[in-house]
Design a binder for this molecule. Structure first.
Ligand code: C2E
Ligand code: MG
Ligand code: MG
Ligand code: MG
Length: 292
């Protein structure tokens, strides 16, 4: 039956952009069944602590392996999920998968601190108190430790009902789940609002990191953002680091939690397991060898 369906939908997926512009119902429908059939997978991208060279957390990133279109990136299906009210199902799916895998890693790994997992929430979800309840239920079901689970939301989330957003962040904090502001600096939230949020840290958008190497003023902006974060008691992750020079400049500016292709691309769970248990592994080597 699946095969028939796929052959049938070939035309639709030849041009996803065109499909998007005309009618997304079929994609939404397929996404919904993919979720129901456990067809979505998660890739995990390492986040490295330069002070120790350890992979301290991974970010879970959703992938949709489609039999005809190949691996569909989240930029193609998250907007559809948002539009078609599938985001709650998708998030529950991603968080459950991440917690099941996280539990496996924490059971395997004797070392402490253990590997943390970050999942992305979509912009509307913090404005619903049910989201924190859903996360709590999944933590109980899977037995994954709440303090190893983290969530990421972009600044767009704060343009929703702020009182509800703050309440959800408090609910999550009470559970022990930490929250990060993703793509920090790229959105439009004012510092006055950010100041009200019970968050654990910020992730500096790749945009700033890219500019580091060729624009002098960027270094000073980044340093100010890092100082601001430090004064607020927030942690800072630098995102989208592709080159050694970018890593060097970020570290010089005071950011030591690093994520990007330079340190590791998003990979499947078993590749992460390998990284975790190969103590002489590349990530650690990469940081140490270069003497950062
Ligand atoms: P994000 O949360 O900011 O995730 C980082 C994105 O940057 C990922 O793209 C990652 O693969 C990419 N990236 C990491 N390092 C580098 C680098 O050095 N260079 C470049 N050019 N890119 C890098 P991805 O996996 O395609 O995800 C895109 C966005 O889709 C994510 O941005 C996130 O906002 C969203 N997303 C992914 N998975 C989920 C999910 O499960 N739920 C929700 N709500 N959103 C998700
Ligand atoms: Mg993210
Ligand atoms: Mg980001
Ligand atoms: Mg992003």
């Amino acid at each position: 039956i699946a095969k028939e369906q796929n052959d049938h939908s070939f035309v639709f997926y030849e041009d996803i952009a065109h499909q998007l512009a005309t009618d997304n119902w079929d994609i939404a429908h397929e996404l919904q069944s993919a979720l129901g059939n456990n067809e979505l997978t998660l890739h995990y991208q390492p986040i490295v602590d330069n002070r120790t060279g350890d992979m301290v957390r991974v970010e879970a990133l959703a992938r949709w392996p489609h039999p005809i279109r190949g691996l569909i990136p989240p930029s193609d299906f998250i907007p559809i999920a948002e539009q078609e009210n599938l985001m709650d199902i998708l998030s529950a799916y991603v968080i459950r998968e991440a917690c099941i895998q996280g539990k496996r890693w924490s059971d395997m790994d004797e070392t402490s601190p253990k590997l943390k997992i970050s999942v992305n929430l979509s912009k509307k979800q913090l404005a619903q108190r049910e989201t924190a309840e859903m996360i709590e239920t999944i933590l109980i079901e899977t037995g994954f430790a709440a303090d190893l689970l983290e969530i990421e939301v972009t600044e767009e989330a704060f343009s929703e009902d702020l009182e509800l957003v703050v309440a959800s962040l408090h609910d999550l904090r009470n559970l022990g789940v930490r929250a990060w502001v993703d793509d920090f600096g790229k959105g439009y939230s004012s510092l006055a609002i950010i100041d009200l949020l019970p968050i654990h840290g910020i992730k500096l958008d790749r945009l700033f990191i890219q500019r580091l190497s060729y624009k002098n003023s960027s270094f000073s902006i980044i340093r100010h953002m890092i100082n601001l974060a430090n004064e607020q008691g927030w942690q800072v992750v630098g995102e989208g680091i592709e080159h050694e020079e970018e890593a060097r400049l970020l570290i010089e500016a005071g950011c030591y939690l690093l994520q990007g292709y330079y340190f590791g691309k998003p990979m499947n769970a078993s590749q992460i397991t390998k990284e975790l248990f190969t103590r002489e592994e590349t990530l650690r080597g990469r940081v140490r060898q270069r003497g950062y």
